[in-house]
Design a binder for this molecule. Structure first.
Ligand SMILES: [Zn+2]
Length: 280
């Protein structure tokens, strides 16, 4: 059996990086965190999923995948553990709900707002372009990180004139699957069943649960086949955006952000406006 080409940056030898970049100068950066994802999924799902998706995209169309970021998301907001008033989720960990009570992060600057995480992402983007990559695609496995990632992309462009863009994945395929995306439901669980079946235990999909109806829905609708199907759709979209951005960089006459995906254009419009202001 032919050996799969390596795509994980941290595992590659220098000459392998040079060869991969010469073929496709696209880098992926997966983002996630730690969060309860039902009793049937691993708690690092968002970053694990984002990384596995990026590896799938890179194996399909070239590019390399940088190590994922598991830390820096707001823990006292936008996180299931923080909305666990009844202590059900804390109970699943064998803990008291006091562990996730307001203030448990002791005023960490990352809790104040998303500026710190955006700055960390910008730091990583500078690091990635120092290795010569021309387009960086950020995969936000934890959905609340998407606006932060987009803001980082815009500031990065303004500072350096280089292109990074961000996606969650589900929003790219809303034209075909209007109800795409969920938290620990059939969407995320199916992706995991296809990409990392070793980290899913459907036997554990049972109540009482932190999200009403979650486990019934997962048992009825999640499958590796569905995971493969939605991953295929997302691969097409992500590959298309990367190709268009690379083409635009190579040929400045072309409309730089003529990308037929609304959610990307929102960030792209802001970048285009910055370019205009700078008279580029
Ligand atoms: Zn998730």
């Amino acid at each position: 059996m032919a050996k799969k080409a390596k795509v994980r940056f941290e595992e590659m030898l220098p000459h392998e990086i040079a060869a991969a970049r010469a073929k496709m100068p696209v880098a992926y950066l997966p983002l996630g965190g730690m969060e309860w994802h039902g009793r049937h999924n691993c708690v690092g799902l968002d970053a694990v999923k984002a990384q596995a998706m990026c590896c799938h995209f890179a194996e399909a169309a070239g590019g390399v995948v940088f190590p994922p970021l598991y830390y820096g998301d707001e823990r006292e907001k936008h996180n299931m553990e923080a909305y666990d008033g009844a202590g059900i989720i804390a109970g699943d960990y064998g803990l008291s709900k006091r562990n996730f009570a307001p203030g448990h992060m002791r005023g960490s600057p990352y809790e104040e707002n998303t500026v710190h995480e955006a700055l960390m992402i910008i730091h990583i983007l500078h690091e990635i372009v120092s290795y010569g990559f021309e387009v960086i695609a950020i995969g936000a496995g934890h959905y609340p990180l998407l606006p932060t990632a987009r803001a980082a992309c815009q500031l990065f462009y303004k500072d350096r004139g280089q292109i990074a863009w961000a996606y969650c994945g589900f929003e790219l395929v809303r034209d075909t699957i209007p109800n795409s995306g969920d938290h620990a439901g059939p969407w995320e669980t199916s992706l995991m069943m296809y990409l990392r079946p070793d980290l899913v235990d459907l036997e554990k999909a049972e109540g009482p649960e932190g999200m009403p109806g979650l486990h019934e829905k997962v048992r009825a609708e999640a499958s590796a086949e569905y995971g493969a199907k939605i991953l295929g759709l997302m691969t097409e979209k992500v590959t298309e955006v990367n190709a268009r951005l690379l083409a635009a960089i190579r040929n400045p006459e072309e409309t730089m952000f003529d990308v037929p995906v609304k959610s990307i254009c929102r960030g792209a419009r802001a970048i285009a406006k910055l370019r205009e202001e700078e008279g580029q």
